[in-house]
Ligand binder design. Structure first.
Ligand code: CA
Length: 440
């Protein structure tokens, strides 16, 4: 699902909520609520690729004003104007019809979010670790070539492969043209779907894949890398040299395309993604917003303790890092570096990036978290998040629109409320805070 932020939008779509994920279709993908969205606003519901959108409060807003056939005739003109051949268009649309299941998925607003620790348990399952280790051996030669060309290590590439499509096993079985046509007709982001559909037709016209084999998720994420069509056009590569960029059937092409995308997203060869850290008891948690950047040396001066008695720090002191608390101050803390931010451009969910990072270390026997998760503190539901926002705003802590999305404004409001209560101001939405606001 890479969308580069530039063409993509802040990312994963809606919700953002409290802590992380919600599972929807594809198994271990973060979906809803990502507590700490590091860039812009959160995102969330299902599979990737879609720009965030504030849910419409009026269902009538979403009704198309033309029939699907009328839309298709109009879109055909746009496609031809964009250089798509008429015969190619007609072949690609030969069996296209409106798919209501795509619209249901697009509008789904999950009530409950999966806690980050449960998400990580699924993402880092022993079975997935063993499969990844076997694939690292099996594809050792091609992975070495990819590392040399793009500078991204093999463990990270295989980790993304596992997270995106379970190493190619779960790529989505819907016609990409059909899904994107449905979304362009009646989805929440018709302009985005329109652009993706044009890009998908361009891919077909280039001859990389046939319409019948161009399969993906309901949102149009394709193949083993789950690229959306525009990302495919800018970053997919033919690494096995057969003349086609086959992210569906060729692991070499898929892994190299992933490496190319991460390289373009700021990946730094040889650097770590980050590391788990310990915080001092009197730490100023307002700094731990996942976005405030300081050098590793500056964080150490603030009392942040790095692993291995500072060994890790030796080569990292000048690197730019942010502090991430995926479950608030009571849970584990991580310093995250440029390579973590590159993974976020694949999928702007801090839980996703953490899973990719930890899984890459699990392949070598690492990646274990020493801090404990606050498992007695489940993520707020969507309804509770909206209530929290309403109560915060009523107390003059401006939480913005009560949309259930815990974005920057809501976090700031939470911190203010926490400070006035004398609590650690980590900006993390909890049941305790909600209860407190209800009774104030
Ligand atoms: Ca190829």
């Amino acid at each position: 699902m890479p969308f580069s932020l530039s063409h993509r939008w802040p990312v994963r779509q809606l919700i953002a909520a409290t802590s992380f994920i919600l599972l929807v279709a594809c198994a271990e993908k973060p979906t809803a609520a990502d507590a700490q969205t590091l860039q812009a606003t959160p995102v969330a519901t299902a599979p990737a690729i879609i720009p965030p959108v504030v849910p419409s409060t009026d269902p009538l807003d979403l009704q198309p004003t033309q029939t699907f056939a009328e839309w298709q005739a109009s879109f055909r003109k746009d496609a031809l104007a964009a250089g798509i051949r008429p015969d190619l268009f007609d072949r690609a649309f030969a069996n296209v019809s409106f798919d209501a299941s795509v619209i249901r998925a697009d509008r789904s607003q999950p009530e409950f979010s999966r806690p980050v620790w449960e998400y990580l348990d699924g993402a880092l399952s022993p079975l997935r670790v063993r499969k990844g280790q076997a694939l690292i051996d099996q594809y050792a030669d091609v992975l070495q070539s990819i590392e040399q060309r793009y500078g991204v290590d093999r463990q990270t590439l295989v980790s993304v492969w596992g997270m995106e499509s379970n190493f190619g096993q779960v790529q989505g079985s819907k016609s990409v043209i059909n899904s994107l046509a449905t979304l362009a007709y009646e989805g929440r982001r018709p302009g985005f779907a329109h652009a993706q559909l044009i890009a998908a037709l361009q891919i077909l016209q280039q001859g990389d894949i046939t319409p019948e084999k161009m399969l993906g998720s309901w949102a149009g994420a394709m193949g083993q890398t789950q690229f959306i069509p525009t990302t495919y056009n800018t970053h997919a590569v033919d690494f096995d040299g057969d003349g086609r960029r086959d992210i569906w059937g060729s692991p070499a092409d898929a892994l190299a395309s992933t490496a190319h995308y991460l390289q373009s997203s700021g990946w730094q060869r040889g650097q770590p993604w980050g590391f788990e850290v310990q915080l001092p008891g009197d730490f100023n948690y307002t700094l731990a917003d996942g976005a405030t950047r300081k050098s590793v040396a500056e964080w150490r001066q603030l009392g942040v303790i790095l692993p291995n008695s500072g060994q890790v720090a030796a080569g990292s002191d000048q690197l730019s890092a942010a502090l991430l608390l995926p479950a608030g101050y009571r849970g584990p803390a991580f310093l995250i570096l440029d390579n973590f931010r590159a993974i976020l451009k694949y999928n702007n969910s801090s839980s996703y990036a953490l899973a990719v990072s930890l899984l890459s270390e699990r392949f070598n026997g690492g990646g274990l978290i020493s801090g404990s998760w606050p498992k007695d503190d489940l993520p707020l539901s969507r309804t509770e998040r909206m209530e929290l926002q309403t109560l915060l705003s009523a107390r003059n802590y401006d939480a913005g629109t009560a949309d259930g999305i815990i974005g920057a404004n809501t976090r700031k409001a939470i911190r203010s409320a926490q400070q006035s209560l004398g609590w650690p101001a980590d900006g993390y939405p909890t049941h305790k805070l909600l209860e407190s606001l209800r009774t104030q």
